[in-house]
Design a protein around this ligand. Sequence first.
Ligand code: GDP
Ligand code: MG
Length: 679
Amino acid sequence: MVGGKQATASKRKPSTAILNGEGSVALVPVSQDAVPINCAPIVSSYNDKIRPLLDAVDKLRNLMVMDEGIQLPTIVVVGDQSCGKSSVLESLAGISLPRGQGICTRVPLIMRLQHHSSPQPELSLEYNGIIDPTDEANISDDIVKATNAIAGGGKGISNSPLTLLVKKNGVPDLTMVDLPGITRVPVHGQPENIYDQIKDMIMEYIKPEESIILNVLSASVDFATCESIQMSQSVDKTGERTLAVVTKVDKAPAEGLLEKVTGDDVNIGLGYVCVRNRIGDETYEEALAIAHELFQTHSLLSKIDKSIVGIPVLAQKLVQIQANSIARNLPEIVKKINDKLNYCLSELKTMPKSLSSVAEAMTAFMQIIGMAKESLRKILLSGEFEEYLEDRRCTARLVEMLNQYSDALHKCDESDPKKNFLVEEIKILEEAKGIALPNFLSRNAFLTILQGKVRGISSIPIGFVEQMWSYVEEVVISVLMRHSENYYQLQLSARRAGHNLMAKMKERSTEWMKEIVDMEKLADYTCDPEYVSEWNRLMSQQNAFIDGVLNDEKRPSVVAIEGVGEVEVGVLRQFPHVLGHSCDLKMRLTAYWKVVLRRFVDCMALHLQLSVSNLVNKEMEAEIVNELMGPCGGDIERMLEESPAVAVKREKLNKSIKKLRDSKVVVEKIMDSINSYGD
Ligand code: GDP
Ligand code: MG
């Protein structure tokens, strides 16, 4: 029997899926009586109920709901170059499309065919946001013009689609996308990677499960090695959403064609349709008649089952497949629109409120400053947690820093009493010799050594001031940024103010620290009784020490002093006359140095506490207000401006929401009318 698998398949009564009241799919039978050939419409009007569904999908497509990641049921026309894609579409639409050699289709051409009752066709092109009415005489030229406008005048391709609306008496209600044909070798003037570009575009269209792949194959080629077949197989293994159209049956030797379309070696689940397109200057009616004649009379072609030949059959199949696909996918589309809309709405809700008046801005400003102050008070002064700070306990970190500072002071050379024991004291005493009684201790000598020691350590407290403020600055800036993150202008001002303020605080503290250093250099004083008792404790060992140095017969090189350690004494033996005085001087300095170091640490701790407290409670707010209202900050009104990133995101969300709301209206309407079928 002729027709084989296809013929058997087509004997089942075809049916078209329509959504029933519950939004699930019900099947209603479709008439497949003799397809009219020469008279319009080429598809009978059974699709009156499908039309609104298709319209709804087309409306969604126009709303660009696909940009929101919602795929629509789409018939995608693919095929190798010059296999006859545009010719097939032409045949279906009954209009002339640019045809011929080279790459004609350079942008996705969305072709919407709509049957209408008026005998006068209405054609329009839609691209780049403009709608351009046209007519049958000019359509071909206008498509070329529009293509040039979208993809440039060269031979390159573009992803941006061109929509062709054809309202014509007798056309099937169909929406299809024609894509550029697959070319292996770039022709002159085409980009090198044209093959990949086209392949990517085709894949993007045929990948979604919702797409129906209309694979156009020239009768003369070997289907198995055909590139478009390989592509569609890669996304639709079983071929359940692939339909093949075999063109140019008039040109190829008819032997073997029958086997090709009945054998189905390449998994075409939706079947084959063989067609002979219009060629040259034939009219559509002529072309249709010639094709009809060919399939009736050709010795070999006439043996192919009539249910898989001719444009009218193709039209009918497509309408049916399209209806099934829409009916199957619509509930999911409705759900996706709702889900995406809800997602966008909740995203928008989590975005910072945009400020619309000065009063609002002022309130927001005061709140932010208040919150930033509160955070800083917590983390810098009372030692509480703030989850978002990595270095959580800032007060603990400050104490740790103070301890390190104290250690640095105590461990430096100046604080080591053993080092060069008495050497400097002896030298200074020798230089300070004057005409005076020998048993008076020179205060000048004491001060000279003290000054040297203070000078020696002065970089430590100054360095600490620097280090401490750098840390506080880090904390303050991060708190300010965190609290003002939703208000771009305020954030800019707050950052500037934060850095300025920190620079000021640092400078002030450094000045203060320099003064402390100067004070310690200028005079020696303490009311701390610890000084005298320590001196006494050290001095009680003086005689034993001198004895050890001068009278010990073993002449040891080191002698131990409690509270100082083991000291080198070899060199001291040359200065027996100043040994007593220099020892006294050393012991005074050692006892006093402890007092000096303690003062450096204690003062710093208190200063730190006071400055941070001032910063948090007074200065920060004043500085930010100055910055925001001052000459470079603009004014509070500028706070109303959003950060560019936030503004872009908000705008994008609002656009999506509008699009999805419009889409929702479209699908709700269609669902309502489907539900009313049941009544
Ligand atoms: P596309 O590149 O796939 O869009 O192919 P076109 O539709 O531009 O067709 C390429 C060439 O094949 C044109 O010259 C058409 O006239 C010719 N052609 C298309 N279909 C048929 C057909 O069924 N029979 C014959 N003889 N020529 C055809
Ligand atoms: Mg083409």
